[in-house]
Design a protein around this ligand. Structure first.
Ligand code: FAD
Length: 471
């Protein structure tokens, strides 16, 4: 009997749930990936993520070939291509891993229906996160809405079973090559242009391996360094977690073991991996919150609209707000596809609470620009910043962009990297150049602040008062 493994956000051979299940259940296993036109057609022609995916597929194909298989890559709509491939290959079952984004669930339901029409079963498994869907519920059987109790329950439930890896290697003999596997297309083959993906990110699972090795050298310092964007503090593994070029079970296992050995850095890092699970289960229980405020009373907020609001939004996207840390962060995003976590919080708060713009506008910009864009985490992060989310920042807490800058980029090292025009300012002036170094500014190509923070803060408190009335 034959099976097909449909790869999606799990682009690796190591510890891969669906691949393991197929290999242990069938005698011949084929592997495929669909470059989905439904997703690709709406993207700009140069997109770093497409570049990343092709690189990851290249490594995946090499790894499969080294074990006697090969990757079939199809360009088309997954809902057509998977049933077509199943028929061409004569398989009895298709194996894949859960993807809980609402659009992916709808796609998978359609694929399952079409496969059923051919007498082929679609089997789907947990692979992307540690605890999913209804695996972790409160004592009264509801989903968790606050992070800390969720995290405590997560740690309590964890045991070797949940972090065990799937021994794919032991069963690799069932991998079968296919005359349909023609290698991985180039960007040009699929009508895309190079987008300048940074070499730092690395290629597919090989890149993840290199970043992980580097991070393990400094994970013990994670808790102390993670908040300072000029410092190499975090793991930079987010894009690899997003596309499954590294196994979450393996990462959580490494962190958990070190945490049990008393390492504070590993403990703090594991907590971030738990946030990732938290937002995923939230998406499962509250798909409505992927487009509207998690707390419905926040949908009553009147955001700024019109020409002036559009100009403010454009200045934010371009990194020209006149607030150096915000601008440096927005330029980092645009130039590299990455933004440091502290800066995601600062820039998101700035959009909602200084510019008075709807968080969904910022969310959409991040979704377009982030290499690690993930619906659950991005939406969770934005709703945290706008205070409309589950366990979010309280609405009356408003980041001061200048204070954040002084605190987290005290010497202005990060600012200088992305706003070179300000490089000559000293460590005090660089956080508020127009205010602190007015004589140096005329003639410099750097904007005046687009808002006055103190006034914006008052406007925001008034704007958010509708929430207080309704709550
Ligand atoms: P590390 O600090 O090394 O963390 C390890 C991993 O934990 C990350 O790779 C990520 O998978 C997970 N993680 C860390 N923080 C969070 C968090 N707050 N929520 C969920 N998972 C987390 N993360 C994304 O992966 N995709 C997004 O689209 C995304 N959008 C965000 C938008 C906003 C407004 C905010 C405030 C945060 C967002 N995050 C997102 C979370 C976080 O900023 C990134 O995961 C992190 O900066 C990635 O860098 P890293 O891999 O070096 O992180």
């Amino acid at each position: 009997d034959r099976a097909l493994v449909w790869f999606r956000r799990d682009l690796r051979v190591d510890d891969q749930a669906a691949l393991y299940r197929a290999l242990t259940g069938a005698r011949q296993v084929f592997c495929a990936f669909v470059l989905d036109r439904d997703i690709l057609d709406v993207l700009p022609r140069a997109d770093r993520r497409v570049e990343f995916i092709l690189g990851a597929l290249q490594v995946l194909d090499e790894e499969l070939r080294a074990r006697g298989g090969a990757l079939i890559v199809r360009l088309g709509s997954a809902t057509d291509e998977i049933p077509r491939l199943a028929a061409e290959l004569g398989v009895q079952a298709v194996f894949c891993n859960h993807d809980d984004e609402p659009q992916a669930l709808a796609r998978d339901a359609l694929v399952a229906q079409r496969l059923a029409g051919l007498g082929v079963a679609l089997h789907s498994f947990k692979d992307h996160i540690v605890f999913e869907r209804r695996e972790l519920m409160t004592a009264v059987g509801g989903p968790y809405g606050v992070f800390t109790p969720y995290k405590n329950a997560w740690l309590r439930k964890l045991d070797a079973f949940y972090l065990g890896s799937y021994p794919v290697e032991r069963h690799a003999a069932a991998l079968a090559p296919s005359p349909l596997a023609h290698g991985v297309p180039t960007l040009q083959d699929i009508g895309f242009l190079p987008a300048g993906l940074s070499a730092f990110v690395g290629q597919g699972s090989r890149g993840a391996e290199a970043l992980l090795a580097d991070f393990l050298e400094r994970i013990d310092q994670y808790h102390a360094r993670r908040d300072f964007p000029a410092t190499k503090g975090p793991s930079y593994l987010s894009v690899h977690l997003r596309f499954g070029t590294v196994s979450i079970r393996r990462l959580a296992r490494l962190a958990h073991e070190r945490m049990q050995g008393g390492e504070r850095g590993a403990e703090a890092w594991l907590s971030e991996l738990i946030w990732r699970d938290f937002y995923h289960q939230l998406m499962h229980h509250h798909p409505r919150a992927m487009t509207a405020a998690f707390r419905p009373e926040y949908d009553a907020i009147q955001w700024e609209t019109g020409e002036q609001a559009d100009a403010l939004f454009a200045a934010w996207c371009a990194g020209r707000t006149g607030f150096p840390l915000v601008d440096a962060a927005m330029r980092q995003l645009r130039q590299t596809g990455y933004m440091h976590n502290r800066l995601r919080m600062v820039t998101a708060s700035f959009l909602c609470k200084d510019l008075g713009l709807d968080w969904r506008r910022g969310e959409a910009w991040f979704a377009e620009q982030l290499l690690d864009f993930d619906l659950a985490a991005n939406n969770g992060g934005w709703q945290w910043a706008s205070s409309s989310g589950c366990d979010a920042q309280p609405w009356f807490r408003i980041f001061n962009p200048t204070t954040q800058s002084e605190k987290f980029d005290a010497e202005g090292r990060f600012i200088r990297r992305y706003c070179p025009e300000l490089a000559g300012l000293d460590a005090k002036a660089i956080h508020a150049p127009w205010e602190r170094a007015p004589l140096a500014m005329p003639g410099m190509d750097y904007p005046q602040p687009v808002v006055n923070h103190a006034l914006a803060r008052e406007r925001t408190l008034a704007r958010y008062a509708v929430v207080k009335k309704r709550a």
